[in-house]
Design a protein around this ligand. Structure first.
Ligand SMILES: NC(=O)c1ccc[n+]([C@@H]2O[C@H](COP(=O)([O-])OP(=O)(O)OC[C@H]3O[C@@H](n4cnc5c(N)ncnc54)[C@H](OP(=O)(O)O)[C@@H]3O)[C@@H](O)[C@H]2O)c1
Length: 251
C-alpha cells in the first residue's frame, strides 16, 4: 500500500510557476499526484514544469480573464478528464492610498484576485466529482485593515467569503471547499507588486514585532497546509479557513 497522501490524484494549481503555487505543486507531486500549473507566460510555465519533472503539466492562461479561465478548464479536461483537486492560487497585490487608486488599478486587482477565482471555480465544476477538494488562496489580511491595503485586503475578504458560500452550495455534490490564509511569505509576490524593498522591510518588521512566531513563513509551510486541506485527511472540513501566519492575525 502507498504511503503517499495523494496517490493518483489529478490536481490543478493556478499560478504554479513560483512561490506558494510552485511549492504546492512540488509537494503534491511528492505525494503521488499529477499536477497542471499555470502562469502568464509560456516560458515561465515551461521552465517550472521542467523543474517539477515527471507528472507536471502546464499551460499559460491568464487567470484574470474569463477567456484565460476557460482555456485552462479545456486543457485540464484534455489532460486529466476529471480533476480531484483545484487550488485557486494565482493572485497579486497592490498597495495604494485611496486617493491614488485608479479605475484601472481597481479592476486589475479585482479581476485577478476575485473575478478570476470565482470563474475558475465555476468553469471547473463540470470536472469536479464527488470527493473533490477546492482550496482558495486567501490571506491572513482578509479580516484586517491597513493604510494602502484597501484593494488587496478587500479582494482577500471576498475570497474567504467565496469559500463559505461555495462550500454550502457544493456540499451536495460531495465537493469540499476551504481557504488557506498565509501570513507574510517572501516570494515573487513582492517583486510583482508595487511594494519596494523599504516597504517589504516594514512588513517584516511588523511581523517580527507582532506575530508570536516573529518571522515570515516559507512557501513550504503554506504548501503543507494546502496539502492537508486537499487530501482526504481533511474529509470533515469544509467552509473553513486555515491560517498559516505565525499567529499574527489571531493575537
Ligand atoms: N507571499 C505572501 O506574503 C502572501 C501572503 C498571503 C497570501 N498570498 C497569496 O498567495 C498567492 C500566491 O502568491 P505568492 O506569494 O506565491 O506569489 P508569486 O510567487 O508571485 O506567485 C504568483 C503566481 O501567480 C501567477 N500569476 C500572476 N498573475 C497571473 C495571471 N494573471 N494569470 C495566471 N497566473 C498568474 C504567477 O505566475 P507568472 O508570474 O509566471 O505569471 C505565479 O505563478 C496569491 O494569491 C497571494 O495573494 C501571498
Amino acid at each position: 500500500m502507498s504511503n503517499q497522501r495523494l496517490p493518483g490524484k489529478k490536481a490543478v494549481i493556478t499560478g504554479g510557476t513560483t512561490g506558494i503555487g510552485f511549492e504546492t505543486a512540488r509537494r503534491f507531486l511528492e505525494e503521488g499526484a499529477e499536477v497542471l500549473i499555470t502562469g502568464r507566460s509560456d516560458d515561465k510555465v515551461a521552465s517550472a514544469v521542467a523543474e517539477l519533472g515527471e507528472g507536471a503539466h502546464g499551460i499559460a492562461a491568464d487567470a484574470s480573464t474569463f477567456e484565460g479561465v476557460k482555456k485552462l478548464a479545456v486543457k485540464a479536461k484534455a489532460t486529466f478528464g476529471m480533476v480531484d483537486i483545484l487550488f485557486a492560487n494565482a493572485g497579486n497585490g497592490v498597495f495604494i492610498a485611496i486617493d491614488d487608486v485608479s479605475e484601472e488599478s481597481f479592476d486589475h486587482q479585482f479581476d485577478l484576485n476575485v473575478k478570476g477565482v470565482f470563474f475558475t471555480v465555476q468553469q471547473f465544476l463540470p470536472l469536479l466529482g464527488k470527493g473533490a477538494s477546492i482550496v482558495l488562496n486567501a490571506s491572513s489580511v482578509q479580516a484586517k485593515g491597513m493604510a494602502t491595503g484597501s484593494l488587496y485586503f478587500a479582494t482577500k475578504a471576498a475570497v474567504r467569503s467565496f469559500a463559505r458560500s461555495f462550500a454550502a452550495e457544493l456540499a451536495p455534490a460531495g465537493i469540499r471547499v476551504n481557504s488557506v490564509s498565509p501570513g507574510l511569505v517572501p516570494t515573487q509576490f513582492f517583486a510583482n507588486s508595487n511594494v519596494g524593498a523599504e516597504s517589504y522591510g516594514g512588513f517584516e518588521a511588523l511581523i517580527g514585532s507582532s506575530a508570536p512566531l516573529a518571522r515570515p513563513g516559507t512557501p513550504l509551510e503554506i504548501a503543507n497546509a494546502v496539502l492537508f486541506l486537499a487530501s482526504d485527511e481533511a474529509s470533515y472540513m469544509t467552509a473553513t479557513d486555515v491560517v498559516v501566519d505565525g499567529g499574527w492575525s489571531n493575537v
